[in-house]
Design a protein around this ligand. Structure first.
Ligand code: SF4
Length: 424
């Protein structure tokens, strides 16, 4: 048994879990491979946040059945949010899967691999880390306590559990020594970090501690919640030199009644006030958001308020999704998913096209400026990286500049990326 193949769907949290799984399998002596056909261990890391994500996992599971039947010696594991506390139904439906593991519960697969290769995982698997790319992710808090009515996360990832500051700083230090220049501190709600730890520690304190890791150049954090982003957190972001000026603050819907139905815990006015506060206190901050169109009962008039919000707030990034019912959530139990599919798609298109106009306007102000870019790698024959505001920038260069901080003069701008040349 020598190789593994990990297939990941969904959010950054899932990608971070997959990298930890890679880290564990690597410590047991297995190496990565490019296709399930070549792998001894196949892991599907699943997502159920949206129906489309779940459908992709089901498609992949089904397509792997003939391979597993032909090669029963291969180990097939399903992990992530599709695996709930009760896995019986999944076991019945996919009897050819060897291990079902909830998020971060890697133990069962490591046991099976250990049995096959004759070693005890407890003895050889140490601390798990992310992949040492130029920019990588460190989970700081698992789970979520909010129970928004549309969201399955609290049921699948459980209640909030913060990792201790020391453990996170140690991981950041280890990654920095392996060449990582930028870490993103990750959680479903990073602003509630620390409430379950002893002492009064919050995200601001953690950012201050990670900011001290010498070899790191940049620190980011994802995702925030309007109700938990305190002035202390905002001011800390403003004052720390490595912490980038970029905040992802989901608003989800522009209408107060829809917000109430979603149980988000704030109003449109309160959200706007929070954005104003962030923009006043963090100079040159860029803002991203998440929103849902077509939530149960959302009228045209209510949707217009979401459009209005996108028009007024001028976000640098909008992650928009059409609502889909997730079995087990409060909305699935108590509300009717009554906005037709075509209407949801029309609303989604309206948001995307408005945001394209907003971004064209915002990015046009960057033409002719110079931007400090951390080079992450090559894509389609060009080097790419991001500025502190998380803007994607492409440039041409003959020498490998990966991992370097370079200055790029912006010559062309589009809504989704900027293009330029290296400034000398
Ligand atoms: S804050 Fe709401 S939407 Fe975000 S993970 Fe928690 S329950 Fe889900």
């Amino acid at each position: 048994m020598e190789s593994y193949y990990i297939w990941t769907v969904g959010c950054q949290m899932n990608k971070a879990d997959s990298e930890r799984m890679e880290s564990a399998l690597g410590q047991m002596g297995l190496g990565p491979t490019e296709s399930p056909g070549d792998a001894d261990v196949i892991v599907l890391n699943s997502c159920v946040v949206r129906e489309s994500a779940e459908d992709r996992v089901i498609g992949m599971l089904t397509s792997l059945k003939p391979l597993k039947q032909k090669h029963p010696e291969k180990v097939l594991a399903l992990m992530g949010c599709m695996v709930g506390p009760q896995t019986k139904a999944l076991q019945k439906r996919y009897p050819y899967v060897d291990a079902f593991m909830q998020p971060q519960q890697f133990g069962r697969l490591l046991e099976i691999v250990g049995e096959r290769i004759g070693i005890d995982p407890e003895g050889c698997v140490g601390p798990l880390t992310a992949r040492a790319d130029v920019a990588t992710y460190i989970p700081i808090i698992h789970g979520c306590d909010k129970f928004c009515t549309f969201c399955i996360i609290p049921y699948r990832r459980g209640r909030e559990v913060s990792r201790p500051v020391d453990e996170i700083v140690l991981e950041a230090r280890m990654l920095a020594r392996r060449g990582v220049k930028e870490v993103t501190l990750l959680g479903q709600n990073v602003d509630s970090y620390g409430h379950d730890l002893s002492g009064s520690i919050d995200l601001g304190d953690l950012l201050s501690a990670v900011n001290e890791v010498e070899e790191l150049e940049r620190v980011r954090f994802l995702t925030s919640h309007p109700n938990d982003m305190s002035d202390h957190i905002i001011d800390t972001i403003a004052h720390l030199d490595k912490v980038c000026e970029h905040v992802n603050l989901p608003f989800q819907a522009g209408d107060d009644q829809v917000l109430k139905n979603m149980r988000r815990g704030y109003t449109n006015d309160e959200y706007r006030a929070k954005i104003e506060r962030i923009r006043n206190r963090i100079p040159n901050v860029s803002m991203a958001t998440d929103l849902i169109v077509g939530f149960c009962g959302e009228t045209e008039e209510q949707f217009e308020r979401t459009l209005e919000m996108v028009r007024d707030m001028k976000f640098d990034k909008v992650h928009a999704a059409a609502y889909s019912t997730r079995p087990g959530t409060i909305a699935a139990r108590m509300m009717e998913d009554n906005v037709p599919h075509e209407e949801k798609q029309r609303r989604l298109k309206a948001i995307t096209s408005l945001q394209e106009t907003v971004l064209t306007e915002i990015n046009s102000t960057l033409e002719g400026t110079t931007q400090e870019i951390l080079v992450e790698g090559r894509k389609r024959g060009r080097w790419f990286g991001r500025n502190r505001n998380d803007k994607l920038v492409y440039f041409d260069e003959d020498i490998n500049r990966s991992g370097e901080m370079v200055t790029v003069k912006i010559e062309r701008v589009g809504p989704w990326s900027l293009q330029g040349t290296l400034a000398v």
